[in-house]
Design a protein around this ligand. Structure first.
Ligand SMILES: NC(=O)c1ccc[n+]([C@@H]2O[C@H](COP(=O)([O-])OP(=O)(O)OC[C@H]3O[C@@H](n4cnc5c(N)ncnc54)[C@H](O)[C@@H]3O)[C@@H](O)[C@H]2O)c1
Length: 385
């Protein structure tokens, strides 16, 4: 299979490119390096030093013996993306290339507008270009479980649900309620995908993924193959951030009551699941939604797991709840459905308690580097300011 990976320099894009290449698929990556710049903008950096895309590709060839084509460019530039799809002729396009931080999108109006423009323009470009060039291309688009919010009902996996309003039956788009401009941009992406799937007869997988944690996949066997790893308040997802806090002796920082509950998955499981979904596309012209997570935890449970793992490794770890900078329910019902991946035979390979120990061990040698960006860890971006 020929796969075009948009956002191939990112936390998920790089390991997915390695995995697909090692499985014998042809891979071309595209990225405008926006995340590298935006992480530096807030005074932070990846925990692991990142080689340039050109060096990464060379190292993949030297160490794993695989070829990955890489092109630097912005997919909100429709002519650039048109040329890439036209000349590469992919069977599938993976769309990761979005601004993916909720706090970054909530900093101020400029960051909100950038997030909406970048995310919606990239998705619309992809939809229209696939329709123009070859509507049979499978679009695998990364959304987020955060699109659903935390409703008091079980979260369905199907794109549409039955609804009775004022005594009348109808089908509606599965309810969504985002908790940031970033999440709202993902919701609009999903509406566009479902809408244009019907109009242009496109074949789409729209993945609702939970927060990912981890430092490794089976291809990351040397430092030069590592993927980025963010741990600051803007870019670090919670498990990754807590692991770095444990190493730096900063109390772990659940926001507010810490009862916020989400579905998590390891980097290895995310990459395995994405590969499976690419190798098992939906039916032609189907809009398939996938709820992609493996284990459900509250933030308080995550903090306890990281504390125990740190203590087992000789670290002194404490937990200190801080004022919640976000506007979100801190205690709530949470029961999302998950059928598509199990039906494809997917079984998770990792669990949080074991993986967190590996993460802390992988990160300890970079303690001095982490210290340099310590001031970027405590929450500063307030939803209401
Ligand atoms: N990491 C997670 O926990 C997680 C969870 C759920 C969903 N997601 C989604 O998965 C996708 C990938 O996430 P990630 O963690 O790898 O993020 P990332 O920021 O590390 O990767 C995204 C990549 O896309 C690139 N990019 C952004 N805008 C671009 C543009 N206009 N043109 C070209 N390249 C562009 C960035 O430079 C970056 O390298 C994102 O869409 C994110 O919203 C991530």
């Amino acid at each position: 299979m020929k796969v075009l990976v948009l956002g191939a320099d990112g936390y998920l894009g790089w390991p997915l490119s390695l995995r697909l290449a090692i499985k014998g698929h042809e891979v071309m990556g595209i990225d405008n390096l926006a995340t590298r710049r935006a992480v530096e903008e807030i005074g932070s950096n990846s925990a692991f030093p990142l080689p340039s895309p050109q060096e990464r590709v060379k190292e993949a060839k030297r160490i794993l013996g695989v070829n990955i084509d890489f092109s630097i460019g912005d997919i909100t530039n429709k002519e650039f993306l048109r040329e890439a799809i036209k000349s590469y002729k992919p069977d599938a396009v993976v769309h990761f290339a979005e601004q993916r931080s909720a706090p970054y999108s909530m900093k101020d109006l400029d960051h909100a507008v950038y997030t909406v423009r970048n995310n919606l323009e990239s998705t619309l470009n992809l939809i229209y270009l696939v329709k123009d060039i070859d509507p049979s291309i499978h679009i695998l688009k990364m959304g987020t479980m955060g699109e659903y919010g935390t409703p008091n009902f079980d979260i369905p996996e199907s794109p549409f649900v039955d609804a009775i309003v004022n005594g009348k039956n109808d089908k509606i788009f599965t309810p969504r309620w985002g908790g940031s401009v970033y999440h709202m941009s993902k919701i609009f992406d999903s509406y566009f995908l479902a809408y244009f799937n019907r109009i242009f007869n496109l074949t789409i997988t729209d993945i609702m993924q939970g927060p990912v944690y981890g430092t490794r996949t089976s291809e990351i066997v040397e430092e030069s193959l590592r993927t980025r790893f963010d741990f600051d308040e803007t870019w670090g997802t919670v498990v990754n951030r807590f692991c770095v806090e444990a190493i730096l002796g900063i109390p772990l920082t659940p926001y507010g009551k810490g009862g916020q509950t989400r579905g998590f998955l390891s980097l290895e499981d995310s990459i395995n699941a994405l590969t499976l979904l690419l190798e098992n596309p939906p039916k032609r012209e189907e809009y398939r939604v996938v709820n992609q997570f493996m284990e459900i935890y509250s933030i308080n449970e995550i903090a306890e797991i990281v504390k125990r793992a740190g203590e087992d490794l000789g670290l002194d770890v404490t937990i200190n709840h801080v004022e919640n900078p976000r506007v979100e329910a801190e205690e709530h019902y949470y029961n999302p459905e998950r059928k598509v991946l199990p039906a494809l035979g997917y079984k998770p390979k990792k669990n949080l308690a074991e993986e967190v120990k590996i993460m802390i061990e992988d990160l300890i040698p970079y303690k001095e580097r982490l210290e340099r960006y310590k001031t970027a860890i405590m929450p500063k971006t307030k939803w209401k300011s």
